[in-house]
Design a protein around this ligand. Structure first.
Ligand code: COA
Length: 327
């Protein structure tokens, strides 16, 4: 029996500030009705005083470590999927390592936007297939509210802040991660981008005036690519494992829009109870969305040993991916 990667602990953390759709009606010209019907979002949590990406990531990590019944210095590696770090350097992963006191662990951030958690788990899986004794912390954590243009109603109603985490290790049993599938198409990156604040151009008043420090998205175009890519990668994962769609026990998809989730459910012929949905409560939290959903599913007792889980994500870059596992 080859080494298999299993999740032994999950955790999540949300910031303190609850912002409802009604609250946003005072910020931009929008309505609770529009946001609900076009996106499925009812509210989101945003950071408040003293809260940062690494603060949320460390809180989620501590819960996952506690559930895994390990000590922080048992960790060999910390991977944080994020594109909204506290600062360019040190990485969120290093800040988390310090906060946890995980002295033995290597640590790095991974930039794959909303697919960051699946990309991160996929890397962890490769290490653990080589050495099943390793313990790796994989986190998805974002503070999108600091990269959101609060006068652009086409984007500001969509996003939320938060973090989710998982501790993984290896077993020689017939369960755990079965396959991972990573994809990207950089030629379409311009459809969902933050143009400024990198090193390509200096930060100038002109650049800030153009709003290049904020997420800019051509929503309709992104939507079209997202549904196609998510469906294709779901079929790819099913076929790699010889699964039929009715063998999927739970689909944990990136929570970007309820209409994308409905479309996927219909295309795969899944019943409503097989698609996990929490976008109503948190909005789109990018790399954090799947680990938050995983933690909620886990802590609510929804996940049962042997269940077949399919995770799928799509985001800026574009990046997308899938992961099939037996719980
Ligand atoms: N409140 C009220 N009206 C709004 C609005 C808001 N917050 N945002 C946009 N509108 C208006 C538009 O101005 C437009 O008006 P017009 O017809 O007079 O021009 C109308 O609503 C429809 O806008 P449109 O952009 O066509 O809406 P949509 O149905 O495509 O929904 C998104 C917009 C962003 C919700 C949707 O495109 C989406 O979810 N895209 C994909 C997001 C995604 O998957 N991201 C993936 C990775 S993060």
């Amino acid at each position: 029996m080859p080494n298999r990667t299993v999740i032994i602990g999950t955790g999540s953390a949300l910031p303190c500030r609850l912002v409802t759709n009604k609250d946003l009606e005072a910020v931009v010209e929008t309505s609770d009705e529009w946001i609900r019907t076009r996106t499925g979002i009812e509210q989101r949590y945003l950071i408040g005083e003293g809260e940062t990406n690494s603060f949320l990531a460390a809180r989620a990590a501590k819960k996952a470590i506690e559930m895994a019944r390990i000590r922080p210095d048992d960790l060999d590696l910390i991977i944080v999927g994020t594109f909204t770090p506290d600062m360019p350097m040190p990485s969120v992963a290093c800040l988390v390592q310090k906060e946890l006191g995980a002295k033995k662990a290597g640590a790095f951030d991974l930039s794959a936007t909303c697919s960051g958690f699946i990309y991160g788990l996929s890397i962890a899986d490769k290490f653990i297939r080589d050495n099943r004794k390793m313990k790796i912390l994989v986190v998805g954590s974002e503070v999108l509210s600091r990269r959101t243009n609060w006068s652009d109603r086409t984007t500001c109603v969509l996003f939320g802040d938060g973090a989710g985490a998982a501790v993984v290790t290896g077993v020689r049993e017939d369960r755990g991660i079965l396959s991972t599938h990573l994809h990207a198409d950089g030629s379409l990156g311009g459809l969902l981008t933050i143009k400024g604040l990198g090193t390509a151009q200096p930060v100038t008043a002109e650049m800030l005036g153009l709003g290049w420090q904020y997420i800019q998205m051509q929503g309709k175009e992104v939507f079209k690519y997202a549904v196609k890519a998510l469906e294709a990668v779901a079929w790819e994962a099913l076929s790699a494992n010889n699964w039929t769609t009715d063998q999927i026990d739970l689909l944990l998809a990136h929570q970007a829009n309820i209409r994308i989730l409905d479309f996927l459910r219909e295309r795969l012929g899944l019943s409503e109870d097989k698609v996990f949905i929490n976008i109503n409560k948190y909005g789109n939290t990018s790399a954090a969305s799947i680990p938050i959903a995983l933690d909620e599913a886990n802590r609510s007792g929804l996940l049962k040993p042997g269940m077949r889980l399919l995770m799928v994500a799509f985001g800026g870059g574009f990046t997308w991916g899938a992961l099939a596992m037996r719980w």
